[in-house]
Design a protein around this ligand. Structure first.
Ligand code: SAM
Ligand code: SF4
Ligand code: SF4
Length: 353
């Protein structure tokens, strides 16, 4: 998919960054970087890459358009110099990118960062130890149902639950624990599985996070009626296993955390539709082809790749990132309506979840 480039106007350029804190127009710092390492995936989850759009004729990015591992690591280093504390690799499916552990090795050398990755788990069992050895600290595995028929229908790749469960075990055995498990809850599709998921992961040390179905991209046919509000999820679990809220681990944490009163562990809910958390949003996204996006629901990004490949210095890259961030006023989830849901937005598989 070709994205339109909007170069930064000179008037938006910030004065050279001298160090110290800087913030966007709503006072939010830059702390989190999500890096999409590929726009490809071996699943076709119906809410993310519907097969009628992402079929055999879909044009994925050619390999030379992708940032190389060295380019990604360089850009990430500049972000870390600007105060980023957390880096998450995502996609598409990050583990379809060959030798991903090599990128992990490069990123793990950056100082004081929390380095994690989100995967559908299909290629994880084989790679878990290499990823851990390369310096990956934590991992999130997506799993939308424990019921095989439901799960195969959602991933639309006939992929069985059992293999994802094996991958979660392999990740834990490699030391990538606690594993976080993402479940996107869609009304009438897998909401009947919420309690089973909660029950299955109690006492395991792993943390399920129930995610509200979002209107990312323009292809998944999102409707508000399909969203199961997190409050409903918490209530249905809490009716069976008493829950109490936990304070956020840090400012801007996406998941709201709850723990079982009987000590069986914790869950999280991510309520970007019913309880927008834009106010604290400190996340930036680097797309597979090196564009910087300041919101998951953006329609365009800022081209960093041509700077990287055009010989820009780290200081020039840093100035550009600071200028983009200082001009940022995104708060899509706070202003979402049925109309905004129909606007053109980049696909999640391209920008990175
Ligand atoms: N392929 C990897 C995976 O599935 O974990 C990483 C990329 S995926 C885009 C990242 C996360 O976004 C996954 O947990 C996925 O379930 C979630 N996701 C994708 N589309 C979504 C949507 N429309 N609403 C909410 N979450 C979504
Ligand atoms: Fe692939 Fe992840 Fe999107 Fe599913 S959610 S289609 S696994 S990128
Ligand atoms: Fe951040 Fe955009 Fe999501 Fe709001 S809608 S929380 S600004 S990514």
């Amino acid at each position: 998919m070709i994205q339109k480039v909007f170069p930064i106007r000179t008037s938006l350029r910030a004065p050279p960054y001298e160090g110290g804190a800087f913030a966007d127009t709503l006072g939010r710092p830059l702390r989190d970087l999500r890096i999409s390492v590929t726009d490809r995936c071996n699943f076709r989850c119906v809410y993310c890459m519907p097969r009628d759009v992402f079929g055999p004729d879909h044009a994925f990015l050619p390999h030379d358009e992708l940032l190389s591992f060295e380019e990604i690591a360089r850009v990430a280093g500049v972000f870390v110099g600007l105060g980023v504390k957390k880096i998450r690799l995502t996609g598409g499916e990050p583990l379809v990118r060959r030798d991903l552990h090599r990128l992990i090795g490069l990123l793990a050398k950056l100082p004081d960062i929390d380095l994690t990755l989100t995967t559908n788990g299909s290629l994880l069992a084989k790679q878990a130890q290499a990823l851990k050895d390369a310096g990956l600290q934590r991992i999130t595995v997506s799993l939308d149902s424990l019921d095989d028929v439901t799960f195969r229908a959602i991933n639309d790749a006939d992929y069985p639950v059992a293999r994802v469960l094996e991958a979660i075990d392999a990740a834990a055995a490699a030391g990538l624990k606690p594993v976080k498990i993402n479940m996107v809850v869609k009304r009438g599709v897998n909401d009947h599985q919420v309690l089973d998921m909660a029950q299955h992961w109690r006492h395991t040390g792993h943390i399920v996070r129930f995610i509200e179905y979002m209107d990312v991209g323009s292809t998944n046919g999102w409707r508000m009626d399909d969203v199961v509000p997190s409050a409903e999820v918490v209530k249905s679990i809490g009716d069976h296993f008493a829950l109490e809220p936990i304070d956020p681990g840090y400012a801007g944490e996406v998941a709201e955390r709850w723990r079982y009163k009987d000590g069986a562990g914790e869950i999280g809910v991510i309520s970007s539709v019913t309880q927008a958390f834009c106010r604290d949003c400190n996340r930036s996204r680097l797309s597979t082809e090196g564009r910087l996006f300041t919101c998951l629901f953006a329609s365009s990004g800022h081209d960093l790749k041509s700077l990287v490949r055009g010989g820009a210095s780290d200081a020039e890259l840093r100035d550009q990132i600071v200028a983009v961030w200082r001009a940022r006023g995104d708060r899509y989830s706070e202003i979402r309506t049925a109309e905004t849901a129909r606007l053109h937005k980049v696909e999640m598989s391209y920008i990175g979840g």
